[in-house]
Ligand binder design. Structure first.
Ligand code: CS2
Length: 489
């Protein structure tokens, strides 16, 4: 039996399911990038709101390229389970807020039409850092990106998220329909401002008037999103299906914690987010920095160094006291660079992160988090390093994390085994590593010269010195011992 509207009633009694009539729900949101994170985060919030009586904020979820999600969800009426795992056990819940899924690549015109429909008041995004087709260091559109080049030549059959957003906004403008709000839910700094800049720059290349219209009229509130959602494995599929007593082809696995902080700027209207626990604020910046510089920074540090030390998951790395202390060291280095609203307890926040990382029931692979480092380093690690150097403070812990990334992108581990490096710059980074050889004095400066990641900051002597020393230690001692040696006194 397959999970579907028809089979919902046959689920075991203890499994929570949509407490509303899905047939009466209409869509108000188009979401681009309907991966596991969205399905365990925003879609759960919307499911709560639908259960509390809203009827016009259902989600149409699109994948830009892959048809995997569509293939898994379409036969089950887009229903799926979220399995929330902790040391205390697993809780399953069926989510009904996704009404339909689409594959943009198969039918771009249909997706643009949905986004241009006046019923669509929000287009939200989880397209990962690289989906923005920008230069991570500057936040500007990368006009040489092959998808951007393609989309400028084919504005009605785009491939990229900026291409779809601008195509749909242009359509609305031509039809005199007010724009939708663009809601970025990715881990970029100032994600709203960044996406607005990218859209404006892209639109400007299509026509200066369209660029100006987007600059003047489209709201892009920034958000801070947080929930740890590892990739679903076949073992997860089997375990969840067995619990449901029916097949769910693509459940999502998550930790109990969830947080969403959103700037309240939705001229086209929004659901009553606060009712479902979303925090609405006027400026999300401090929270976003806190999350990127404490959670994501230490996550990436654990991912690179943990992988090199042979830890398959974050939880496994956290069972090693040295790694747990190192992650805490990264947080302590970052914390002093943050300026938070009165009363924010950064020590408490850090302690809760360490507990979340140690969740023994989540198998979050270091390899998964290590992906796309070239897109993640600036907002996770480099901002803190820049701020600390400006204040004359040491950057040793962060330097070892960056050195871990450098060692990782050489694509060969400490036993000489190949690493499957996934990164838009993987080929460029591998060439640099090959030319430099495993010599810290050559490799570190060569990688720091990659402008799209490090920008001008890469030339800063304090950075070059600390990272080169850290990389030398990493080569000499290996990740496990380097992490210990490098802990702040
Ligand atoms: C992780 C994030 O994969 C990664 O890079 O650091 O996905 C992290 O799990 C989330 O941001 C947590 O909210």
């Amino acid at each position: 039996m397959r999970l579907s509207n028809a089979s919902l009633a046959r689920l075991p009694g203890h499994i929570r399911r949509p407490g509303y009539d899905r047939a009466r729900v209409t869509s108000g949101i188009v979401h681009l990038g309907i991966g596991a994170f969205h399905r365990a985060h925003q879609a759960v919030v919307i499911d709560d709101l639908l259960a509390s009586g809203a009827t016009d904020w259902g989600i149409i979820g699109a994948s830009l390229r892959s048809s995997d999600t569509y293939d898994a969800l379409a036969p089950q009426d887009c229903l799926y389970a979220v399995a929330v795992r902790s040391g205390a056990g697993t809780e399953h819940r069926i989510i009904g807020s996704v009404l339909q899924t689409e594959v943009a690549k198969r039918n771009p015109a249909q997706l643009i039409a949905r986004m241009a429909d006046p019923a669509t008041r929000i287009v939200s995004l989880t397209i990962t850092e690289k989906g923005y087709c920008h230069t991570p260091q500057t936040g500007d559109l990368n006009a040489d990106h092959p998808d951007i080049v393609h989309d400028l030549a084919n504005p009605d059959a785009p491939r990229s998220a900026p291409g779809f957003l601008v195509a749909a906004l242009a359509r609305r403008r031509a039809a005199d329909i007010a724009p939708f709000t663009v809601l970025s839910c990715d881990n970029l700094s100032a994600n709203g401002h960044t996406v607005k800049r990218i859209l404006t720059q892209f639109a400007h290349l299509r026509s200066p008037e369209l660029g100006k219209w987007i600059a003047d009229h489209v709201a892009c509130p920034s958000t801070m999103v947080d929930r740890i959602v590892p990739e679903t494995t076949d073992a997860d599929r089997a375990a969840v299906s067995s619990e449901l007593g029916m097949t769910d082809a693509w459940p999502v696995i998550s930790e109990p914690f969830t947080q969403w902080i959103v700037e309240d700027n939705f001229p086209a209207g929004r659901p009553d987010f606060a009712r479902a626990g979303v925090q609405l604020v006027t400026d999300v910046t401090p929270f976003e920095h806190m999350k990127l510089r404490l959670l994501n920074a230490s996550h990436s540090a654990l991912a690179y160094l943990g992988y090199l030390a042979g830890h398959e998951t974050i939880a496994a790395a956290m069972t090693d006291d040295r790694f747990a202390a190192f992650a805490h060291g990264v947080m302590q280095e970052s914390a002093v660079t943050l300026s938070m609203p009165e009363g924010t307890d950064l020590a408490g926040y850090s302690a809760s992160l360490l507990e979340r990382f140690a969740n023994p029931a989540l198998r979050h692979r270091t390899w998964q988090i290590a992906m796309d480092g070239s897109q993640k380093l600036p907002q996770r690690l480099l901002g803190t390093m820049q701020d600390r150097l400006r204040q004359g403070l040491p950057i040793d812990t962060h330097a070892l994390a960056v050195a871990g990334w450098m060692r990782y992108v050489t694509a060969s581990d400490e036993n000489g085994q190949p690493i499957d490096v996934r990164d838009p710059l993987a080929a460029e980074l591998a060439t640099i590593a090959r030319n430099a050889g495993p010599v810290a004095d050559r490799l570190a400066p060569a990688l720091l010269d990659v402008r799209s990641i490090f920008g001008e900051f890469g030339t800063e002597p304090g950075l070059r010195d600390a990272v080169t020393r850290a990389l030398a230690q990493l080569y000499e001692l290996g990740a496990r011992r380097a992490v210990k040696a490098w802990l702040p006194a």
